[in-house]
Design a protein around this ligand. Structure first.
Ligand code: GDP
Ligand code: IMO
Ligand code: MG
Length: 430
């Protein structure tokens, strides 16, 4: 097996960054394939915390090729801030030549962020609760065939032409519909040309690069952002992000065919969190939820917003198994449930249309869904366990039950944020 996809099995922030960092040891290249800097992936190595928004989470291992695929929307300003922060720590990816940015990836420009905020304002109570990073408007431009790709961005004449054409329309929308200030072509051009100049050497055809790596027998790790329930097709629409977060998105967003992908590992917390608006059936509003939020330090890695917390949801996980073809599950934050008398897992919902065992598509039905729970015994401290057998018996039963409910093996358990606070039960590349 040479190629592995990591996807979030819930609503994001499952601990994908930590797992990708761990698995990167066995990989030659790590590829982001969708989303943008709405993602916040946290790595804790030797007690030091690093949060990555665009650069693949394999970067803390020397010599891995870091690829930003065509399916990603790239804010060049944010990318350069991230690259400069890594450079200050002694890793100059541009000089090393270990970063590749797809020439077909779309560019986020400042007016995408303005439009993101203005649309949310306009929606008022119906807002999505976006990260405000311009993700939706950038993908809207891509699908609406009015986007700017890296290949044109790094060619000043093409970049200027795009800005003039696109802004002649967008400035009307901004000023006449949304009551915002118009965007000045020259100001954006001057600022962003300087960014384009810096990243130009890294912009290339990443599909060709990955194909060459495959032919050379290299191992490739695909790093999903967000989570299955935030997928534009398979998530809790319209409270989703604007990309295909599921495993199929890895093929499209990296420029490889679907048979290129050998294994798909879903990442799930031992409970559930969500940041932003939208239905969340197992959400807890009581002290139990507050306790999980506190122990789990549940604040967004990108926006700092508090994450909503609730019990594990087997309907969500089964949905993720099916739409991603998950071959294994990594369960994180098992330590956060330590010290509770009992823990719960939702196995069905009661809805106005009756009892259901699949996540309903209709937003109003999902919003009304009341979870039906299975209750299990809680456990004591799990943080020191490094082998499955070292976990408290009740925690092992919880993991076994997750395997029964999802029908797939739990291949990794995480008992703390640190790289070493992990129980690896299987190497997905072997
Ligand atoms: P991602 O977006 O999926 O990469 O996840 P985030 O980094 O946004 O959020 C996960 C948070 O949980 C980060 O702060 C991690 O450091 C932390 N984390 C990951 N695994 C564990 C774990 O097993 N236990 C605890 N306590 N924290 C964890
Ligand atoms: P990682 O990769 C959690 C959520 C936002 C909002 C919705 C749409 O760290 O798991 P967007 O800015 O994408 O248009 O917002 O999606 N969202 C995330 N939630 N983790 C993420 O990324 C997220 N990226 C976007 O909160 O509800
Ligand atoms: Mg995150």
């Amino acid at each position: 097996m040479s190629n592995v996809v990591i996807v979030g099995a819930q609503w994001g922030d499952e601990g994908k960054g930590k797992v990708v960092d761990l698995y990167s040891e066995w990989a030659d290249a790590v590829v982001r394939y969708q989303g943008g800097n709405n993602a916040g992936h946290t790595l804790v190595v030797e007690g030091k915390k690093t949060v990555l928004h665009l650069i693949p989470s394999g970067v803390l291992h020397q010599g891995k090729t870091c690829v930003i695929g065509n399916g990603v929307v790239v804010d060049p300003k944010v990318l350069l801030v991230e690259l400069d922060a890594l450079k200050a720590q002694g890793r100059d990816l541009l000089a090393e030549g270990t970063l590749a940015i797809s020439e077909s990836a779309h560019v986020i420009l400042p007016y995408h962020c303005t439009l993101d905020a203005a649309r949310e304002n306009f929606k008022g109570e119906r807002k999505i609760g976006t990260t405000g990073r311009g993700i939706g408007p950038a993908y809207t431009d891509k699908v609406g065939r009015d986007g700017l790709r890296m290949a044109e961005f790094i060619r000043p004449a093409c970049f200027r032409k795009h800005l003039e054409e696109s802004l002649s329309f967008k400035n009307d929308i901004l000023t006449k519909v949304l009551g915002e200030k118009p965007v000045d072509v020259e100001a954006v051009f001057d600022e962003y040309c300087a960014y384009a100049e810096r990243i130009r050497p890294a912009v290339l055809n990443c599909g060709v690069l990955l194909d060459e790596q495959r032919k050379a027998g290299k191992k490739i790790l695909f790093e999903g952002a967000q989570g299955t329930l935030l997928d534009v097709d398979h998530g809790t629409y319209p409270y989703v992000t604007s990309s295909s977060t599921v495993s199929g998105g890895a093929a499209i967003g990296a420029g490889v065919g679907p048979v290129f992908l050998d294994k798909v590992i879903g990442i799930s917390k031992a409970y559930t969190t969500r940041v932003g608006e939208g239905p969340f059936p197992t959400e807890l509003f009581d002290d139990v939820g507050k306790g999980i939020a506190e122990r789990g330090a549940e604040f967004g890695a990108t926006t700092g917003r508090p994450r909503r917390c609730g019990w594990l949801d087997a309907l969500v996980l089964k949905h993720a198994v099916r739409v991603n073809s998950l071959t294994g599950l990594a369960v994180t934050k098992l330590d956060v449930l330590s010290g509770m008398n009992e823990v719960r897992i939702a196995t069905a919902y009661d809805t106005p249309e009756g009892r259901v065992h699949e996540v309903p598509a209709a937003r109003d039905v999902l919003a009304e869904a009341k979870p039906v729970y299975e209750t299990m015994e809680g456990w004591g401290d799990a943080r020191d366990a490094r082998h499955f057998s070292e976990l408290p018996a009740a925690a092992r039963r919880f993991v076994d039950r997750i395997e029964e409910l999802t029908g797939i093996p739990v291949v990794l358990l995480s008992v703390g944020p640190g790289r070493e606070e992990t129980i690896v039960r299987e190497n997905p590349f072997s």
